[in-house]
Structures are given as structure tokens and as C-alpha cells.
Design a protein around this ligand. Structure first.
Ligand code: ZN
Length: 192
């Protein structure tokens, strides 16, 4: 998957938060994540799929697009100023679906991004931050650390441990348990 904007992104509202004064949320909590494109207002598909809705809901989502994704989730892109896709259209990850806007029930221009396991059931939402590996904080968007990337300072040792088959070479930044440690020590002793 990919982020819904190119360039800088601001997170303005997290998933699961209560409604602001004077608003109500159909699911009782904020069912998606609100984002603002800082450098570009082009809203892009976070994953490939097929457009199943492209419509206008004046009292809620405003101009919105729904993609049934190849990974099985449905993704809603709401409050758009303009929609660039039509129902049944196939889209690629990163493809421009529309322009960020402030249509529908909003206080300002932003993208409401919502992911559901089942489109027809609003209680099946998941946290887009977890899906997109974004840190759960408002302000400038930051990605969660990629635990599959080897730090520069550890590259040589990591390559050696893999070469000697002491470690299997996966998840370099995740902690090791005591039993895994015992296995590594046993392998090391057997190798000498
Ligand atoms: Zn929202």
C-alpha cells in the first residue's frame, strides 16, 4: 500500500476519537483518519482495487469514492472537492482518485480515509494508521519504524549471523526471547 498524498501530510484526527462539539458520528467514534495534503491536494489510492461507489452525500461524506481493494478491504475517501473516477473503474495504488476538499459534514478541507473489512457494515472499520504503518499522533505524519530494515551499524554483524545460520535473517529490529537466545547459543556451540 501507499500513502494517499505525495509530499508532506498532516494528520488532523485519529481513528477512534469522539466527535467534536455539535457533531455526531454514526459509529459513535471517528471511524477513519483525517489527513491534509500539505504540498499537494491530489488524493491517491492507498491500494489497488475497483471503484464501487463514486457519489455525493451532502449531509455526510460529501463527494466520496469507495474502492474495493484487492487485499479484501474497502477504503472510503470522503469530503473530496472533485472525483476523478467512476464506478467499476480499476485503479492502481497511487492513482489519483480526486482532489481533497470540504464537501459534506466538515469543518475544513481534509481527507477522511476509512477502511472497512465489509463495506456494508460500518462496525467493521480498522485503524488506517495501523494499516498504513503511520504513527498514531496528530501533526506532521510520521511512519512507524520499519522493523525489517537493518541499521547501518549492524549490517556487518547481521550478514555474519545469517551466513553462519545463527539467525534466520528475518525481523532484524525485533527483540529476541530467552528461548530463541538459547537456540542461537546452541547453534553457535555446534558450529565451533
Ligand atoms: Zn474523518
Amino acid at each position: 500500500m501507499t500513502l494517499p498524498y505525495e509530499g508532506k501530510i498532516r494528520v488532523t484526527k485519529l481513528y477512534g476519537t469522539p466527535p467534536p462539539k455539535g457533531f455526531t458520528y454514526a459509529a459513535g467514534k471517528h471511524s477513519g483518519m483525517d489527513l491534509v495534503g500539505v504540498n499537494s491536494k491530489n488524493v491517491r489510492a492507498v491500494a489497488a482495487g475497483t471503484v464501487i461507489r463514486s457519489g455525493y452525500d451532502p449531509s455526510g461524506w460529501g463527494n466520496y469514492v469507495v474502492i474495493s481493494q484487492v487485499d479484501g478491504y474497502s477504503c472510503i475517501y470522503a469530503h473530496l472537492n472533485k472525483r476523478n473516477v467512476v464506478v467499476d473503474e480499476k485503479v492502481q495504488a497511487g492513482q489519483i482518485l480526486g482532489i481533497e476538499g470540504n464537501t459534506g459534514n466538515v469543518t475544513g478541507s481534509h481527507l477522511h480515509l476509512e477502511l472497512r473489512k465489509v463495506y456494508a457494515d460500518r462496525m467493521t472499520t480498522i485503524d488506517p494508521a495501523e494499516y498504513l504503518k503511520i504513527k498514531k499522533k496528530t501533526g506532521d505524519l510520521e511512519m512507524e519504524k520499519d522493523t525489517n530494515a537493518v541499521s547501518d551499524w549492524a549490517k556487518e554483524a547481521w550478514a555474519w549471523a545469517k551466513e553462519k545460520e545463527l539467525l534466520d535473517g528475518t525481523r532484524p529490529q525485533e527483540p529476541i526471547t530467552r528461548e530463541e537466545m538459547a537456540v542461537v547459543l546452541e547453534r553457535l556451540a555446534a558450529a565451533n
